[in-house]
Write a protein that binds this ligand. Sequence first.
Ligand code: SF4
Length: 94
Amino acid sequence: MSSLATAVTIRLNWAFVRSGDQLDWRRAAACADLPQRYVFTRDLSEAEIVLRACNRCPVREECEAVVDPAHTWFDGVSGGRLWRNGREVKRTER
Ligand code: SF4
């Protein structure tokens, strides 16, 4: 699956979960009320607001387990880290 297709799938799943009852953990997410463009950004400066939310998020493990960023070429924030093409972006990288 291409990176774009994976990102679209994850965004759709994210949106579905937001409106559904299947994964209650998503409602507990500290980023639930933040604009999705900051969650799914590739840019570290845009991701900072979400990364700060991750620090107090009670569902970090669930988030990373569902998104599985390293295996889905994920772009965005998951489990308290920013990912770009499924690789963690270190804070020293810009
Ligand atoms: S760990 Fe971060 S990206 Fe994942 S649900 Fe929590 S706040 Fe959102």
